[in-house]
Design a binder for this molecule. Structure first.
Ligand code: DP6
Length: 329
C-alpha cells in the first residue's frame, strides 16, 4: 500500500489574497503575505489502494459531503497526472479547530493533502512545485507549505509556475502572538471562491484593489524584515478593510461580519487609544484575529473575553512548515 501522513498548519494573511486571474489554474490576481500558525493543524493520510474504484474522504471522523469528496478527488487527479499512477485513494483528514468558519481550513487541508498525496507514491517535489500544486487546491494552501512569515507571488506566467509562495522569515524570527477570537462555530454561507468572483464581477473598487496591492506588499515585507510592529499592524488592518470594502460593495453585497465582529473591532481600536499595541484582521467569516507582542496578550484577552458573543479565544504564534509525520510505510 502507498500511504503517507502529513501535517500542515493554517495561516492568516496580513496582506490579503482576494481575486483570481485564472479560475481553472487558480491563479491569484494579487500577491499576499501571511503568518503560518503554530498550534492549529490539519493531519491528512492518503492511501492509494489497488482495486479501489473511487476516491473516498473521511473528514473529522465522518464521511465527507459529496462536493468535498469531489474537490479532493479532482485534486488527486492532478497528483495522478504527475505520478503516472491510476490508483484511487482513501483519504482521512482531521482538524484540531472548527472547519469552514473563516479559519482558512482549506489552507492546511490542501497543503497537507498535497504533501501526503505526492509522497505516498514516492514523489518528492521541491517546495516551489509543492506550493504550486497546493495552490491548485486552494490559493492560501500554497502559503501553508512554508512556516513563519510567507509571501505568495501572484506570478506572471500563464501556466502558473511562478504563482507560488516563498518564505520571508522563519517562525522564530519575531515573537508575536495571535489571538483568534471565535464569534460563531457555524460554517460560513459564501465561500472564498464564489465571494471573489462576485467582487471581481460587480465591485466598482476591484481595479483599485489590484492597483494598490504591490504597494501594500512592499510595505508589509519591509515592516516584517525591520520588525516594525506599528507599520505591520497598520498595513494589516488597511488590507483587511480594503478587502471587506470589496465584498461590501459587491452585488449582491457580502457582509462577513456579525455584531460581535464589529464590537471586537471597536474594542481593539479602544485598546490602541489606551496605548496597547494590537491590530486586527478578518477573513471571509466573522472571526477576528488580533496580533500583538506576547506581553500584551493577557490584557487584551481580559478585555475581549467578556464581550457579548465571544465564544472563545485561541492563542497561538508563528509556526512550522508542512511536514510528513510518523512511519506509515
Ligand atoms: C480571505 O485560499 O480560501 O482568507 O483559492 O478560492 O480556495 P481559494 O481561496 P482561499 O481564499 C483565502 C481568502 C482570505 C484571504 C487570504 O487568506 O489571503
Amino acid at each position: 500500500m502507498l500511504k503517507k501522513t502529513a501535517i500542515a498548519h493554517p495561516n492568516i494573511a496580513l496582506v490579503k489574497y482576494w481575486g483570481k486571474r485564472d479560475e481553472r489554474l487558480n491563479l491569484p490576481a494579487v500577491g499576499s503575505i501571511s503568518i503560518t500558525l503554530a498550534d492549529l493543524w490539519t493531519e491528512t493520510t492518503v492511501a492509494y489502494e489497488e482495486g479501489r474504484t473511487a476516491d473516498t474522504l473521511i473528514l473529522n471522523g465522518a464521511p465527507a459531503r459529496a462536493e468535498q469528496t469531489r474537490r479532493v478527488s479532482g485534486f488527486l487527479d492532478l497528483v495522478r497526472d504527475l505520478t503516472g499512477t491510476s490508483r484511487f485513494a482513501h483519504v482521512e483528514s482531521r482538524n484540531n479547530f472548527p472547519t469552514g468558519a473563516g479559519l482558512a481550513s482549506s489552507a492546511s487541508a490542501f497543503a497537507s493533502l498535497a504533501l501526503a498525496a505526492t509522497r505516498a507514491p514516492g514523489l518528492k517535489l521541491t517546495s516551489d512545485r509543492l506550493s504550486e500544486l497546493a495552490r491548485r487546491g486552494s490559493g492560501s494552501a500554497a502559503r501553508s507549505i512554508f512556516g513563519g512569515f510567507v509571501e505568495m507571488k501572484m506570478g506572471t506566467q500563464p501556466d502558473g509556475s511562478d504563482a507560488v509562495a516563498m518564505p520571508l522569515a522563519e517562525a522564530d524570527f519575531w515573537d508575536l502572538t495571535w489571538l483568534i477570537i471565535i464569534t460563531t462555530e457555524q460554517e460560513k454561507s459564501t465561500g472564498s471562491t464564489d465571494g471573489m468572483r462576485q467582487s471581481e464581477q460587480t465591485s466598482p473598487y476591484y481595479q483599485q484593489w489590484i492597483d494598490t496591492s504591490p504597494g501594500d506588499l512592499d510595505d508589509m515585507r519591509t515592516a516584517i524584515l525591520q520588525r516594525d510592529f506599528t507599520r505591520m499592524g497598520e498595513i494589516m488592518e488597511h488590507s483587511c478593510l480594503k478587502m471587506h470594502a470589496l465584498t461590501l460593495s459587491s452585488r449582491p453585497p457580502l457582509l462577513y461580519w456579525n455584531e460581535t465582529t464589529v464590537a471586537i473591532m471597536h474594542a481593539i481600536q479602544h485598546l490602541r487609544r489606551e496605548g496597547v499595541p494590537v491590530y486586527y484582521t478578518i477573513d471571509a467569516g466573522p472571526q477576528v484575529k488580533a496580533l500583538c507582542p506576547p506581553e500584551y496578550a493577557d490584557q487584551i484577552t481580559a478585555k475581549l473575553e467578556p464581550l457579548t458573543g465571544v465564544k472563545r479565544i485561541i492563542r497561538t504564534k508563528p509556526g512550522p512548515p508542512a511536514r510528513i509525520v510518523g512511519d506509515t510505510e
